[in-house]
Design a protein around this ligand. Structure first.
Ligand code: ZN
Length: 537
């Protein structure tokens, strides 16, 4: 009883304060710190984060309350500012009742300046930062532009996550340059990627075995790490793992490598038709000839070979429940009309294969997710490295940043504890990108990529959603809805909209999330008020 009361009071104190701070107009807690609060997107010489509960990112529980000193873009100290007599700070974030965790590493994304009509790149940058993404690996896009943005982000001349550049081979072709996929051609493109400053390479299937082998062999020679989107092709995960790929995206290829035989496709199957391709992909993990011993062996070999898995489960979620994905509440304020138009069912745009989408296809995809999630959990339990990627901007429901947060929730659904999921999103992502000594942890000496969260994400991952989430209240104070003290019929019970990340700090620069989201909403409102390019088409 005593413990329960104590816990309830603590929760109320913790989240209650956070809710007040989330209000951009400023509650009492905001008023206290307003004088010395940092300015959105302005460098601070010495930034103090005071009184935070800290989630280190390594899979261990939170500790605190603790103070953090950010100096020169780095986490300079973690401890007690007053007891250890730290130097005076230039700005202070009062994190009383808030949780600080490492910034999220998104291992699979693409920058888009065009959907159906133009889309402002700042829209995506703001959404990613607002969702806690401080590092973004682009796995295919406009090579020269992303390279420029990578430099600008590093120099802090743009408001954007840190960018890591993994081009696809075709991104490296000169305009009009033919591509036949000969091993010699592949090797030349891999060398070009290195010469032009890529951080790694994204391979994409379908690939034959000699093509996969040439790409990975040449990448190793020039020192470029590789990640692969395996399609239905001759080379499966078995080949890519044997060749020494560093990471596998999505879910394709892994089950393919474990069949006794091949997937049971109908004779009319056409891989160029996305209705066929995505419909049948939803049957991949439920094939009757899936050999679980082979699958287990493959996962063992991935672990032994240090091959990571970036599953991007949130990308495909509309396949399990199309109506839900078409009607998410944050579309009202935050869905750009160019993307809204892109999402609509079509036979031309990638990922919009919804024409006539059936309940049977949804049921099969749901089953597919169950086996896929169980396989992912098995991989994690064997010691495999799992990361978080959102691959947003194609399928309904997969919205920049929101998809990253949803990916965390789906990994919890797969069976991982929230603290493990956060490790996937931080420490593991950094490791896969070769940044493990610099980012991904809350630790002195690491880059100050930090999220100040309104509440405890270990208790509820919904708190990371930039839309926020509904919380239970008693007399207006936020409480744990499982508290034993809450009785049915309590007239004091209610809900309040709260949560969200308050500050996303990248390289020591604080970005105020409510400000970012207001900018996003303004961009959307402005775009909607214009006669859309979409309508003109
Ligand atoms: Zn992708």
């Amino acid at each position: 009883m005593t413990l329960n009361v104590l816990r309830r009071v603590t929760m109320a104190a913790v989240i209650g304060a956070a809710v007040l701070c989330f209000d951009p107009s400023g509650g009492p807690a905001a008023a206290q710190t307003a004088q010395r609060a940092p300015q959105h997107a302005h460098e601070v010489r010495r930034l103090l984060i005071r009184g935070a509960m800290v989630i280190p990112g390594t899979g261990v529980p939170a500790f605190g309350p603790a103070d953090l000193l950010v100096e020169g873009g780095m986490i300079a100290r973690v401890g007690s500012a007053s007891a250890e007599k730290w130097p005076e700070a230039d700005a202070v974030i009062d994190a009383t009742g808030k949780y600080v965790m490492p910034g999220i590493v998104n291992t699979h994304m693409h920058w888009h300046e065009e959907r159906v009509g133009p889309i402002p790149i700042q829209y995506e940058r703001d959404l990613y930062l607002a969702s806690g993404v401080t590092t973004a690996r682009e796995v295919g896009g406009n090579f020269d532009k992303t390279k420029q943005w990578r430099a600008e982000s590093a120099a802090h001349s743009i408001v954007a996550p840190r960018i890591v550049l993994y081009p696809m081979l075709r991104d490296l072709l000169a305009p009009g340059q033919p591509y036949n996929g000969t091993p010699a051609e592949i090797r030349a493109l891999v060398r070009a990627a290195k010469e032009r400053g890529a951080d790694g390479l994204k391979l994409i299937g379908p690939m034959d075995r000699d093509q996969a082998a040439a790409a990975i062999d040449e990448a190793k020679k020039v020192g470029l790490p590789t990640t692969v989107h395996i399609a239905v092709g001759e080379a499966t995960a078995r080949d890519f793992v044997d060749d020494g790929v560093n990471c596998i995206e999505h879910f394709y290829g892994i089950a393919d490598a474990a069949f006794d035989g091949v997937q049971d496709f109908p004779p009319e199957m056409n891989l160029s038709n996305e209705i066929h391709r995505f419909g049948r992909a939803g049957e991949l993990y439920t094939q009757s000839n899936l050999n679980h011993e082979k699958l287990s062996k493959l996962l063992d070999d991935m672990v032994a070979g240090g091959v990571a898995w970036s599953p991007t489960m949130s990308t495909y979620e509309a396949t399990r429940d199309l109506i839900k994905a078409q009607n998410l509440p944050w579309y009202k304020d935050y869905l750009h009309p160019s993307l809204e138009e892109y999402y609509k069912p079509s036979m031309t745009r990638h990922g919009t294969f919804w024409l006539g989408w059936t309940a049977t296809q949804e049921a099969r995809w749901r089953k597919n997710y169950q086996v896929w999630m169980a396989t992912l959990l098995d991989f994690g339990r064997k010691g495999g490295t799992i990361t978080v990627g959102d691959d947003a901007g194609y399928l309904y429901g997969s919205l920049y940043g929101f998809g990253t947060v949803r990916e965390l929730e789906l990994q919890q659904e797969a069976g991982f504890a929230p603290v493990e999921v956060i490790q996937h999103a931080t420490v593991n992502g950094a490791k896969v990108l070769g940044l493990q000594d610099k980012v991904g942890r809350v630790r002195a000496g690491f880059t100050a990529d930090l999220l100040v969260v309104n509440g405890n994400p270990l208790q509820n991952l919904h708190l990371l959603n930039p839309y926020g989430t509904d919380l239970m209240t008693i007399d207006g104070k936020v409480v744990d809805n499982y508290s034993g003290d809450i009785m049915p019929g309590d007239p004091r019970a209610g809900t309040v909209h709260g949560g969200g990340i308050e500050w996303t700090i990248k390289d020591g620069i604080p970005y105020h999330v409510p400000t970012l989201m207001r900018e996003v909403k303004d961009m959307v409102t402005k775009a909607r008020s214009k006669p859309t390019t979409a309508a003109a088409r």
